[in-house]
Design a protein around this ligand. Structure first.
Ligand code: UDP
Length: 477
């Protein structure tokens, strides 16, 4: 971005952003994408993270270096821990919370880093799950935008429920989210799962997250107006701050990713399949299925008779029994299915012509990636915001089939093979409803690409964001 001469001949320099992602694939990846988008438009960007996470961002660092982008990955030293939490919990949510709380120790190093910069940065953009950055931004006197990872629909619901004091409302009746331009009704159990009140240990942390969002100077969201315009507008009104819809980030920042894996075994298998016949099955980076549930998924896919590409985590098949079971399934379904162990090249898969559906946990990145490639979904949320992302996909956008009937009043913790086979058949089959889902999804996919193209809504919003943080000369600290 070249310096700009204004009418009064004041030279405006490109803005400088400090980005603070949350650890974890689903949070770090979109922030890394955002870093690249900003740098490609001329802003100076520091992406601040721990040494372990920085190693995972090597690809981005290499690409930025090759393209001589003004993007730097900054490693913050991690001071020793004393978070007072019990070690070695078998509950995954305890371990996730411990990780989140351990990051509070980065407040000192982050403040020291910002103060060490020759110029005060224009803005700190920080994942909303890093509430420890609120005091840092205040202390160094730098505006702070919060990056909210989930859909704007979820962020709006969460904001309104907290604002109206409804987080812990009692009773067994259906609960209604206020202040949302579409009806959102949830059962008691889903309500508790969405707003995390089912996990009392998280109470203080989620309150700090909400406070961090309320007190920020605005929000950056990985969505686009052609998908969530009404929710972006309502969220902006609710916050009383600008909400910048700049996504889907990855469409511009990871353009080279799909061709790069063009020769992989996975895409070679897909190449042999007919157009839009394969259902892709993956539950993101965090969710772990117990063996009993895993077996139901496998049998359900087999029973559906549809070609499938299923990502199974190594940790899900750690036992010899599970491994043996999976090998037997692979033998029985040779020709019909492919099982990928560990990590799959999801963008390359979703952009492949053979893929016609996605069974997803509704993590926002996965859902957005599916929508942007015009791939309709079977929805099977596991945690938090994913239940509302499911509602968005099924009820609002009309691109999803729920794996079990939507919120029948009971928490679904065991989905049977019959549910999976039925939902997959419904998604991948013919008929007016299935065709209509495909049509709508294609429309959203085209809009997603349009939003990121020059002149599109997300591209224009990014221009506005950059202009609003242009610097007048080098302000000393
Ligand atoms: N992902 C991938 N390969 C996998 C699993 C996940 O590339 O085998 C990527 C996926 O494309 C998405 C991210 O990891 O960008 C997962 O984020 P999401 O918000 O969907 O779910 P989370 O992992 O946070 O639950």
């Amino acid at each position: 971005m070249a310096p700009v001469e204004t009418e009064k001949s004041i030279t405006l320099a490109p803005p400088q952003f400090v980005l603070v992602p949350l650890m974890g694939q689903g949070h770090t990846t979109p922030m890394a994408d955002l870093a690249r988008l900003l740098a490609e438009r001329g802003a100076r960007v520091s992406l601040v993270t721990t040494p372990v996470n920085a190693a995972r961002l090597k690809g981005l660092a290499d690409r930025a270096r090759r393209a001589t982008l003004p993007l730097e990955i900054v490693e913050l030293p991690f001071p020793p821990a004393d978070d007072g939490l019990p070690r070695g919990s078998s509950d995954n949510s305890d371990n996730v919370l411990r990780l989140f709380l351990s990051l509070y120790r980065l407040a000192g190093p982050l403040e020291a880093y910002v103060r060490s910069l020759p110029c005060r940065p224009s803005c700190i953009i920080t994942d909303s799950c890093n509430p420890w950055t609120v005091d840092v931004a205040r202390s160094v006197g730098v505006p702070r935008l919060t990056f909210t990872g989930p859909s704007c629909f979820y962020s709006l619901c969460d904001f309104n429920v907290a604002k109206h004091g409804l987080l812990h409302s009692g009773g067994d009746h259906a609960y209604v989210v206020p202040g949302v331009p579409v009806p959102v009704e949830l059962s008691k159990d889903t309500w508790a799962a969405v707003f995390l009140t089912c996990m009392p240990a998280w109470g203080k942390f989620v309150e700090e997250v909400r406070e961090g969002i309320r007190t920020a100077d605005g929000a950056v969201v990985n969505t686009f107006l052609g998908l969530e315009e009404q929710f972006v507008a309502c969220y902006g009104e609710a916050l009383g701050k600008p909400v910048w819809a700049l996504g889907p980030f990855y469409l511009n920042s990871r353009k080279e990713e799909a061709p790069a894996v063009g020769q992989s075994a996975v895409t070679a298998w897909l190449d042999k399949m007919d157009q839009s016949t394969v259902v892709y099955v993956s539950f993101g980076s965090l969710a772990r299925m117990p063996p009993k549930q895993l077996y139901e998924v496998g049998h359900g896919l087999e029973d559906s008779g549809r070609p499938f590409l299923w990502v199974v985590k190594e940790s899900e098949t750690a036992s010899p029994e599970a491994q043996e079971w999976l090998q037997a399934l692979e033998a029985r379904t040779a020709g019909q299915g492919l099982v990928v162990r560990g990590w799959a090249p999801q963008l390359a898969i979703l952009s492949h012509r053979a893929v016609g559906g996605f069974v997803t946990h509704c993590g926002w990145n996965s859902l957005l990636e599916s929508v942007a490639h015009g791939v309709p979904v079977v929805t099977w949320p596991q945690f938090g915001d994913q239940f509302l992302n499911e509602r968005l996909a099924v009820d609002v956008l009309g691109i999803g089939v729920p794996v079990t009937p939507l919120d029948d009043g009971k928490a679904v913790d065991h989905v049977a093979r019959g549910h999976i086979a039925r939902a997959v058949s419904e998604l991948m089959g013919g008929g007016a409803a299935a065709e209509e889902r495909r049509r709508k999804c294609n429309v959203y996919g085209e809009r997603a690409h349009g939003a990121m193209a020059k002149g599109g809504s997300s591209h224009e919003n990014l221009t506005l964001l950059l202009h609003s943080f242009m610097r007048t000369g080098s302000k000393e600290q």
